[in-house]
Design a protein around this ligand. Structure first.
Ligand SMILES: [Zn+2]
Length: 414
């Protein structure tokens, strides 16, 4: 592919300009952006990005799952491609960086590599995965799941608020939902890279500019049922009560202590209800959810064992019965040491000592990781704000992230 002629204007564009332009596509007039799966707004953003990548000599197309993939092919190269991607869809009235930065940062990385006259030994793919957020259909990570060979047939039947199914939305764009399986090409990657805004306060509050992700959190979902005895709020003496909510409250506090003592764990009780739920009745039953986010695989089993033991112990001490029900269990995803090393070396070239961290949010990268060596790089979210029009990352930090991406691609595809 040498000898590609690229116009000086194309090479002179900046990431800041790109972010500004793409932010106009789907702008809500309320300061944010709405670009949902399979909509005209998303198609417009795809076309814009594809145009820029084609001007840089890549060949862009949309696969059968609606993923935009632009390929920088190499002569005689049948080696695994190095891919850098993220997503261009947003939450309702979302920000201009979540996902978008990973795609436009990858575009900027290609520009940097073209300016350097880089000749890759492996193909380089730049991508945007369909419906990472799951806003419209509740079928999050649709594109990356299809790309990684998951069975997405249940997601094809999911409906939006108007009752339109994913299948119908695909057909409305002139594509065939029966061919979604053809999007499964993840095994042909030799590495996958994703630049993303942190979406949390860790980097910003420490005054750090760059994070390298070592793992993406697992998600363990439970609900706990605590049973005591409903009784009269006035006539039942305090010591004679079997108050299910009092027991549950002790359990909630124990969860917070556990997370305080274990930095590789986060614990949240997000929903709680009592029965009979009357102002004048001691709660006879209490149900609550537990969301546990372990960052390391070895934390999972001890945490689950601890949860069960803690609930039993608190229940016994309060004269209650309790049950822990597991609803789902997604293991933490480890990033690949070789890809992490490539990102760290690229950061060192920029004179930056990155923070080693874990991602508390899910990303397309965790879906790709079982098929290809994967790494992620984070730049700060000012104030830790995300999924909001107030989402902000300094342009200089976005540019740093893109240069690190370029440096890592150079190492992995060179
Ligand atoms: Zn995202």
């Amino acid at each position: 592919m040498s000898g590609v002629s690229i116009s000086p204007q194309t090479l002179a564009r900046t990431l800041g300009q790109d972010l500004e332009e793409v932010a106009q596509i789907g702008a809500t007039g309320r300061g944010g952006i709405s670009r949902f799966a399979w909509t005209d707004e998303l198609a417009q953003a795809y076309a814009w990005v594809a145009g820029e990548l084609e001007a840089l000599g890549l060949v862009a197309g949309v696969d059968q799952a609606g993923n935009l993939i632009a390929r920088w092919e190499v002569d005689g190269g049948d080696e695994g491609a190095v891919m850098a991607a993220s997503h261009l869809d947003t939450v309702p009235n979302g920000g201009r960086f979540d996902g978008v930065l990973g795609v436009l940062g990858a575009l900027e990385a290609v520009r940097i590599l073209r300016r350097r006259g880089f000749e890759p030994a492996r193909p380089i793919w730049i991508g945007s995965f369909m419906d990472e957020e799951g806003t419209r259909f509740g079928a999050a990570l649709f594109g990356s799941r299809a790309f990684a060979g998951h069975d997405v047939s249940a997601s094809l039947a999911a409906t939006d608020a108007e009752g339109v199914t994913v299948s119908e939305a695909i057909a409305a764009r002139g594509m065939d939902p029966a061919r979604v399986g053809e999007a499964f090409v993840a095994p042909s990657l030799s590495a996958y890279l994703e630049l993303h805004v942190e979406q949390g306060p860790v980097l910003d509050s420490a005054g750090e500019r760059l994070g390298i992700v070592e793992s993406i959190t697992g998600v363990l979902g439970f609900h706990v049922i605590v049973r005591g005895e409903a009784n009269h709020a006035g006539a039942t003496p305090t010591d004679a009560r079997r108050d299910a909510l009092v027991g549950a409250s002790k359990m909630v506090l124990a969860l917070r202590e556990r997370a305080r003592e274990h930095s590789e764990l986060r614990a949240t009780v997000g929903r709680i209800s009592t029965s009979p739920g009357a102002i004048t009745v001691v709660p006879g039953e209490c149900r609550f959810t537990v969301d546990l986010r372990p960052s390391q695989p070895e934390v999972v089993a001890p945490t689950i064992a601890w949860l069960r033991a803690m609930v039993a112990e608190v229940a016994a001490s309060e004269g209650l019965e309790a049950e822990v029900v597991s609803d789902y269990e997604l293991a933490p995803t480890m990033m690949d040491p070789r890809v992490v090393a490539a990102l760290a070396a690229a950061a060192a070239d920029e004179g930056v000592e990155p923070v080693r961290m874990w991602s508390g949010a899910g990303h397309d990268a965790m879906v790709i990781a079982p098929h290809a060596p994967t790494g992620m790089v984070f730049v700060p979210s000012v104030g830790g704000i995300s999924h909001s029009p107030h989402e902000w990352t300094e342009t200089a930090d976005c540019e740093l992230g893109a240069r690190v991406l370029a440096g890592a691609i150079e190492r992995l595809a060179g």
